[in-house]
Design a protein around this ligand. Sequence first.
Ligand code: FEO
Length: 392
Amino acid sequence: MNPRKIKDNVYWMGFIDWDSRLFDSLIPLPDGTSYNAYLIEGSEKTVLIDAVEDEFYYELEGQLKDVAKLDYVISLHAEQDHSGCIPQILARYPEAKLITSPKAKGILMDLLHIDEELFITVKDGETLSLGDKTLEFILTPWVHWPETMVAYLQEDKILFSCDFFGAHIATSDLFVTDEARVYEAAKRYYAEIMMSFRNVVKKNLEKISAYDIELIAPSHGQIYPKPSFILDAHKDWVSGQMKNKVVIPYISMHNSTKKMVDHFVAALVERGVKVEQFNLTVTDIGKLAIELVDAGTIVIGTPTILAGPHPDAVYAAYLANALRPGAKFLSIIGSYGWGGRTVEILAGLIPNLKVEVIDPVLVKGAPKADDFKALENLADTIAAKHKEEGLV
Ligand code: FEO
């Protein structure tokens, strides 16, 4: 892909990764992703904002073939998907300096062994003149590492936001054309890497609201020509307003837990509660993460195996604990054969969740009439609690 013009002397560069299906060896990428870098040619100075993974440098190297001089490389975020090939870029342009936040400097030295003398660190609000263009640096820690910052190109009103507002999408459309598609991808991205820091994300959203932004150019996915679309979505996600929705990650071995889940889901739906159920043997954990953004209640369904929860249920609980969704209630349902510590083990895995735990429904063997009644009672309790909390 050749460099693509965004505005006069502002270009997209980078790598569109159509093929990858897993990010950080963890996160599913159903639509691939992109690693966006941006070249700004001021009347006096030329800068490259962010870079790409080391393995994709060949593409960026080709895009830079007509750039004879680079004065600065700006690393908004030190994670290697944006910084991995910075050592090669600095080797290619030995006169270039590397601009980062103070925290990023140490991280980049640790990760990429970059010479300390090449760094220039910037403070919050500091500006860099490129001649006829001016970049302002805004420190935005914890979106999603402690060193993250964004850069605002004052004359063109472009916010370069790196991971902030990113979405894992590979597409040939440089600008957002399908907001519904981007909404889901951006919500998935937010859930996976930003949700656990939502209070600081909220503060950073407030911080950048002071700027007149015409374009948001993230380092994954497409450029937003209508920034309000993605800003409003993020404001909603960080609002803490949960919905009248139950998310049920579950697994079943011989269908007893499955029958419980099915009966429970029907009972919730009858009571006007929205449900998203995920069979953990086949589910895309990104879809589960999306639904955790605003679900009022989480109910984990698991059989007891080897005296505890199924390992896939352990994984779901651990993941939910790490993502720290804002759910208000949690319960557990499932079948066991003769005993075990399923509830204690799962409860011990979720210390980060500020939830009220509702009495679990555990059934010996296959569920009977009384067990189905207990599930209906659990559905009654959840529906009532959602109503008390004003969840809609
Ligand atoms: Fe896209 Fe946190 O790296």
